[in-house]
Design a protein around this ligand. Structure first.
Ligand code: MTE
Length: 326
């Protein structure tokens, strides 16, 4: 793993994994032949020819966010091998295998639509817009499993304010990167792609909505949504869209991938964690927590309204029927 001090580190410095592995094996061979010095001189050129997947790098200067949960963290080994990222396959172990060579640099996120100052942000810019915070959040999947993860990022509102939304902006629509060449598994995913998501403007502006660039002290692994994703802890996990390329302010409620599935009967637009509204095919009253230990799951625990974040977000839904607006 490449570790650099933050001021020198640009996002484009992330060494591609195949190159990194290739370089290691290459050097091991060269040490034996005595040609290592000559080869070393050529390495900067090889590194700048980046074009394949990257490995996480350490993030320095991350500040601890005071609102983190004290729940036991899920070990990184489980969070990076038990994933939902349908573009890379539908089995939980598929993304960690199939996203290894996902090209995440260079990367830009276009923030556009009903705004005064539309803008394309490079990953370098995104990394520097605000101090990076470590926020330990509970993440509850609609499939009734949950994890506790030290995510790294800052409030989405920080970047949204920079483009100056107009009064016509009522919702925020998100879009994931999609490339059938890099994601051949996507054709059998059973969902429409690119993956799209959406929030009401006031939800998007809530400080808990995290624009996430890392976890466990490092940049995001590919399978967890590199290089930038959302984490919305009071909503079911599918709202936390991965590998974002576009954020668009819009006038009306945007289509979302899982809401479009099954004609909207299974997954609503809001998808707030709610133990009293069951999925048509299973109960949402409890969840299985992925935690430390030999087995995948530790224990079954009751699911909390808004995943335990009601103090910060319940007011967003005052007066709404959350059975109808599920
Ligand atoms: N984003 C994209 N682009 N594609 C996906 O398949 N899956 C969602 C969400 N974001 C998904 C996505 C679901 S169902 C969940 S539970 C979380 O990502 C899983 O995040 P994790 O794999 O980092 O735990």
């Amino acid at each position: 793993m490449l570790i650099k001090k933050q001021p020198d580190l640009t996002y484009a410095d992330v060494t591609p994994k195949t190159l990194y592995m290739g370089r290691r094996n290459f050097l091991l061979g060269l040490v034996a032949t005595g040609a290592a010095v000559e080869a070393w001189k050529k390495l900067p050129r090889l590194v700048s020819a980046a074009g394949t997947g990257s490995v996480p790098v350490k993030l320095n200067g991350v500040v601890k966010w005071p609102g983190s949960t004290s729940d036991t963290q899920t070990p990184i080994e489980k969070v990076t091998t038990f994933n939902n990222f349908y573009e890379f396959g539908t089995d939980k172990g598929d993304p960690s295998q199939n996203a290894k060579n996902f090209v995440t640099s260079p990367w830009t996120v276009s923030v556009e639509g009903e705004v005064a100052k539309p803008r394309k942000f490079t990953m370098d810019e995104i990394m520097k817009i605000a101090p990076l915070e470590e926020r330990i959040y509970r993440h509850r999947c609609v499939e009734a499993w949950s994890i506790v993860v030290p995510w790294i990022g800052y409030s989405l509102s920080t970047i949204l304010k920079l483009v100056e939304p107009t009064p016509k902006a009522k919702y925020v629509a998100f879009e994931s990167y999609y490339d059938p060449k890099q994601m051949p598994w996507a054709s059998s995913a059973g969902i429409e792609l690119p993956y799209v998501e959406g929030l009401r403007l006031d939800e998007a502006m809530n400080p808990l909505a995290l624009l996430c660039v890392g976890m466990y002290g490092e940049t995001l692994p590919n399978q967890d949504g590199a290089p930038v994703r959302m984490v919305i802890p009071w909503k079911y996990g599918f709202k936390s869209i991965k590998s974002i390329v576009k954020i668009r302010f819009v006038k009306s409620q945007p289509p979302t991938t899982w809401n479009m599935y099954a004609g909207g009967t299974e997954y609503g637009f809001y998808s707030n964690v709610n133990p009293s509204v069951d999925h048509p095919r299973w109960s949402q009253a409890s969840e299985r927590r992925l935690g430390p230990g030999l087995g995948l799951f530790t224990r079954k625990i009751p699911t909390l309204m808004f995943n335990g974040y009601g103090d910060q977000v319940a007011s967003l839904y005052a007066g709404m029927d959350l059975r109808k607006n599920f």
